[in-house]
Design a protein around this ligand. Structure first.
Ligand code: KG4
Ligand code: ZN
Length: 338
């Protein structure tokens, strides 16, 4: 094998998608995502069903990823996997599989932090701009809402985070109230684009870089219940405007925190990540900060925003260069800290 060519096989199994990617250095050769449809009918991820689906998906997903990349497993330099945070049963499948594969091929094993991966996804070589260290990372997903100062691929400091629900949960729970299937974030986003944010919701009171979404969720619930008592067709008749109003308050909260984080740190570059960063309204509002505040917000390609293994692979690549390898007694860590 050429010394300067590193092939990483990466596995992401922290929640409800089984994903396997192959990277050649920083370039993605394949990124296969097996989405678990089973959870839709329950309105949320059922952990036990997720781990079972990972078990049946993992082998075929690895095979497809290798085939699409056009390489053999003997060419691989290392196996990277998501160590945490995430659902225990789901993480265990990826962790055990990665360990066995690394052991069988006698190549290094690399444990990756899921939240680091969401931010470092910006370093995937795909023609989009790459952030400069230090930068501010904003991870907004179904499980996390964090503002992080990223000093290097391995040195990150949390500046603020949610004290209760994640922003993705606020989207998904509101979507459920409105009758959308799970996960409902993309539906709210789509309907919001056709509506007017005419219903006022208020921002929660929390620490200046922290977030809170459970109060907003309750506010939306009472708002809908009160209006439905007066008009049982309230949701149907106002769906687009309700979505636009919910979207607007979430955008306002996020934009305010991003501006404050930049003021407090003196850093003017922000990289976003996590499933919610696929949101069109949030993308547009954050992009506008360049003009109004001189803050450059880097937005990854949509395929690197929701859970995917390519982002695990890029962290794997950085760790490979630093010889940061895991041993076979490494365990999955559902509550892994940043
Ligand atoms: O990062 P991710 O794939 O999984 C977690 O680690 O949580 O994020 C999934 C979350 C879900 O809550 C989903 O509703 C939300 O991302 N999401 C969106 C959009 N696309 C995905 N939320 C709002 N607008 C979107 N366009
Ligand atoms: Zn995620």
């Amino acid at each position: 094998m050429e010394r300067d060519t590193v092939y990483i096989l990466a596995i992401e199994s922290s929640c409800d998608d089984t994903s396997v990617a192959i990277l050649k250095n920083k370039e993605v050769l394949s990124n296969v995502v097996a989405t678990q449809k089973i959870h839709e009918k329950y309105g949320g991820v059922v952990p036990e069903l997720a781990s079972r689906a990972h078990q049946s998906n993992i082998v075929p997903t690895v095979e497809v990823a290798l085939k699409e990349a056009g390489i053999t497993k003997e060419q691989l330099s290392a196996i990277a996997f998501t160590q945490g945070p995430g659902l225990m049963g789901s993480l265990l499948v990826g962790c055990s599989f990665a360990k066995s594969m690394a052991f069988a091929l006698d190549i290094p094993l690399i444990a990756v932090h899921h939240m680091h991966a969401h931010l470092l996804a910006h370093f995937i070589e795909d023609g989009t701009p790459v952030p400069n260290f230090p930068f501010i990372g904003l991870t907004i997903s179904g499980g996390h809402t964090q503002l992080v100062q990223v000093n290097s691929p391995s040195d990150m400091k949390i500046l603020g985070e949610t004290t209760d629900d994640a922003v993705g949960e606020a989207y998904d729970k509101t979507a459920k109230l409105l009758g959308f299937p799970y996960p409902g974030g993309p539906y709210i986003d789509r309907y919001a684009q056709k509506g007017t944010p005419k219903f006022p919701f208020t921002k929660p009171k929390v620490g200046e870089l922290d977030f809170s979404f459970s109060g907003l969720k309750t506010q939306i619930l009472y708002f809908i219940q009160n209006n439905q008592q007066k008009n049982p067709q309230f949701i149907e008749e106002n769906l687009e405007d309700i979505c636009a109003s919910v979207q607007q308050i979430i955008i306002d909260i996020i934009v305010e925190k991003v501006i404050r984080a930049c003021e407090l740190t003196g850093i003017q570059q922000v990289a976003i990540g996590g499933g919610v960063s696929a949101n069109q309204g949030i993308r547009e509002a954050l992009s506008a900060l360049k003009q109004t505040h001189g803050i450059e917000v880097l937005i990854p390609k949509k395929e690197w925003t929701t859970d995917n293994a390519a982002m695990i692979g890029i962290v794997g690549y950085f760790k490979y260069l630093e010889n940061e390898f895991a041993t076979l007694d490494t365990i999955a860590q559902p509550r892994l800290k940043v």
